[in-house]
Design a protein around this ligand. Structure first.
Ligand code: PLP
Length: 494
C-alpha cells in the first residue's frame, strides 16, 4: 500500500515515509491509495484477542511496509508496561441503556493518549527503517492537553527529542504541573511570556525559518511536529472502533454482522474519521454521529454541504472541541470524491475566503454515513447531572456533548457513545454541573471532592502531581524561543 497527498502532487510514499514527512509538500494530507478490506471472520477473530493483538491485526492492514515484529514492538511499547490503568486499554463500559467506549485510561487521562502513545514508536521505527540518520526534534505549542500527551508519548523514544512551549499564564494549575514535572532524558518544557497565540506563532515562525532549519540540519537535527494531521496519529485510532465491535460481540450485545453506530465528540475530525476508515474496511457501522459544542461548524457542514469558518469563536466547557478548522475533513473529502483537484480547490477557497461548498452530490454521499448534532454548555451540564443521577456515571464535558446527542437519537439501537476524557481532567466544570460549591477550593481539593462521588479513583498521573518534583523551570520571552530550541537541539542526548 502506498500513500498519496489529498491534493494530488505527491505520490507513492510508504507509510514510514508519510509518517516521517507528516504533511505533503503541496500542503495536502497523506491518505492510503486504496482501502484495505476485511471480512466477518477477521472481525470475529478479534473477540478473543487482547487490545494489543487487535491493534497489530488492524495496523498491519495499513502499515504494509512495517514487519509484523516492528508493529508488535511499537504496539507493546505504546500500550504495554502498565501505561494504561485498565488492562483492556480502551474498555467498553456496558451501562444499562448504552455502551460507552472509554478512551481515557492512558497516562494523561484523555483520548489523545491513544494516538500519541503509538505515533512516537511508529516514527522512531520509521527513522530506523528508512536509514534516516538525523535526530528528530518535535516542537509543540500547547494550550494544555496535547503538550502533556506528546511529552508522555515521546519521552525516552530513540532518535527523538521533544520540546514543549506553553503560555506562562494560559494553562490551568494542573496542566502546568503535569508538564513541569515531566520525566525523561529527551524532553524540555518551557513557558513563554504571553498567551497561547504567542507560543503558537513563535513555534510556527521557527518551522518556517529556512536558515534556522538548515543550521539544525547541519547538526543532524530535523524539526517535526506531532499534530493531528500526521497519518501516524490517525491510524492508531482505527483500532478501537474494531475493538469496541469485538467487545459488543463478546458481551452478547450484538450478533456478528449487526450494525452499530458511534457518537463521537468532535473537534479536528480525527477521531470520527478513524471510524470512517473502519466502516470503509468492512466494519458493520450504520451511522457515525458527529457531536459538536457551540462551535458547530461541522454540524452545519454535515447538514448543508457548506463549510464556513466565518463565525464567532466560543470558549466552552469542552475546550478540546473549540475548533473552527477541522483539518481531517480534507481526508474525508478525498475518500468520498477520489478527486484531488476538487479537494485542492476547496482547500484553496477555505484558505482564501474561509468557506467552501461541496454541492449536493458529495453532501448526499457524506450524509449516507454521517449525521450531526450539537449542544451548548447548558445542555452539556444538564447531561452530566442527568447521567450521574440515572446511571451513577459521570461523563466529562466532551463526553457529555456526545451523550446529549445520543439522548436525542430516534434510533438508539446498538449505539456506542465515545468517551474522550476522564471527568477528573475537567473537575471544575463537572462539579459545577453537579451543583457542588467549588468557591475557593484548589484543584487538589476538587479532585478529592469528585473522588467521593465518582466510581473511578483519581488517575495516578493526576494524583501523584501533588508531590512530584518540578524539573522544568525555564521561562522565556517569545523572541528567545529559537535560542532555546537550538540549545536544546545541540545538547546531544546520547
Ligand atoms: C482532541 C479531543 C477531542 C476532539 O477530537 P478530534 O479528533 O480533534 O475530533 C474530543 N475530546 C477530547 C477530550 C479531546 O482531547
Amino acid at each position: 500500500m502506498k500513500y498519496i497527498s489529498t491534493r494530488g502532487n505527491q505520490q507513492n510514499l510508504t507509510s514510514a515515509e508519510a509518517i516521517i514527512k507528516g504533511l505533503a509538500d503541496d500542503g495536502g494530507l497523506f491518505v492510503p491509495d486504496s482501502m484495505p478490506k476485511v471480512d466477518m471472520a477477521f472481525i470475529e477473530g478479534l473477540r478473543s484477542l487482547s487490545y494489543q493483538e487487535r491493534a497489530v491485526k488492524v495496523l498491519s492492514q495499513f502499515l504494509t511496509d512495517y514487519t509484523q515484529e516492528e508493529i508488535e514492538g511499537c504496539v507493546n511499547r505504546a500500550y504495554g508496561n502498565g501505561k494504561f490503568d485498565d488492562e483492556a486499554i480502551a474498555p467498553l463500559n456496558l451501562l444499562k441503556d448504552v455502551s460507552v467506549l472509554e478512551l481515557w485510561h492512558g497516562p494523561t487521562s484523555a483520548f489523545k493518549d491513544m494516538a500519541l502513545q503509538l505515533l512516537p514508536q511508529l516514527l522512531s521505527t520509521a527513522l530506523k527503517k528508512t536509514g534516516e540518520k538525523n535526530e528528530v526534534l518535535i516542537l509543540v505549542a500547547t494550550s494544555g492537553d496535547t503538550g502533556k500527551a506528546a511529552l508522555e508519548g515521546f519521552k525516552d523514544v530513540d532518535q527523538t527529542k521533544i520540546m514543549v512551549f506553553y503560555p506562562d499564564n494560559g494553562v490551568s494549575r494542573i496542566q502546568r504541573l503535569q508538564m513541569v514535572t515531566q520525566e525523561g532524558g529527551n524532553v524540555a518544557v518551557t513557558a513563554v511570556k504571553g498567551n497561547f497565540d504567542d507560543a503558537q506563532s513563535g513555534v510556527k515562525a521557527i518551522f518556517s525559518d529556512k536558515a534556522f532549519n538548515e543550521e539544525l540540519k547541519e547538526k543532524n537535527v530535523s524539526l517535526s511536529s506531532a499534530n493531528s494531521i500526521n497519518w501516524g496519529r490517525l491510524v492508531p485510532q482505527i483500532v478501537y472502533y474494531f475493538s469496541a465491535y469485538a467487545d459488543m460481540l463478546k458481551a452478547g450485545r450484538i450478533k456478528a454482522g449487526d450494525e452499530v453506530s458511534f457518537i463521537v465528540p468532535t473537534g479536528n475530525f480525527g477521531n470520527i474519521l478513524a471510524g470512517f476508515y473502519a466502516k470503509s474496511m468492512g466494519l458493520p457501522v450504520k451511522k457515525l454521529i458527529c457531536a459538536s459544542n457551540t462551535n458547530n461548524v461541522l454540524t452545519d457542514f454535515l447538514n448543508t454541504g457548506v463549510y464556513d469558518r466565518n463565525r464567532e469563536f466560543y470558549k466552552t466547557i469542552s475546550p478540546s472541541m473549540d475548533i473552527l478548522i477541522s483539518s481531517n475533513l480534507e481526508r474525508l473529502l478525498y475518500h468520498v470524491t477520489g478527486d484531488t483537484s476538487k479537494v485542492a480547490g476547496w482547500m484553496k477557497e477555505l484558505a482564501e475566503t474561509g468557506r467552501y461548498d461541496v454541492g449536493a452530490e458529495v453532501l448526499n454521499k457524506i450524509k449516507a454515513i454521517f449525521s450531526a448534532d450539537w449542544s451548548d454548555d447548558t445542555a452539556t451540564k444538564g447531561m452530566i447531572s442527568k447521567e450521574y443521577n440515572s446511571e451513577k456515571y459521570i461523563p466529562d464535558p466532551h463526553t457529555a456533548v456526545a451523550w446529549n446527542a445520543f439522548c436525542k437519537q430516534a434510533d438508539q439501537k446498538n449505539t456506542i457513545v465515545v468517551s474522550t476524557a476522564s471527568p477528573y481532567k475537567f473537575n471544575e466544570s463537572v462539579l459545577t454541573a453537579l451543583g457542588k460549591d467549588i468557591e475557593g477550593k484548589d484543584e487538589f481539593q476538587l479532585l478529592d471532592e469528585l473522588a467521593e462521588i465518582n466510581s473511578f479513583a483519581i488517575p495516578n498521573g493526576l494524583a501523584k502531581l501533588k508531590t512530584a518534583i518540578v524539573s522544568h523551570k525555564n521561562v522565556v520571552e517569545k523572541d528567545k524561543m529559537p535560542k532555546s530550541v537550538s540549545e536544546f537541539a545541540l545538547n546531544k542526548i546520547k
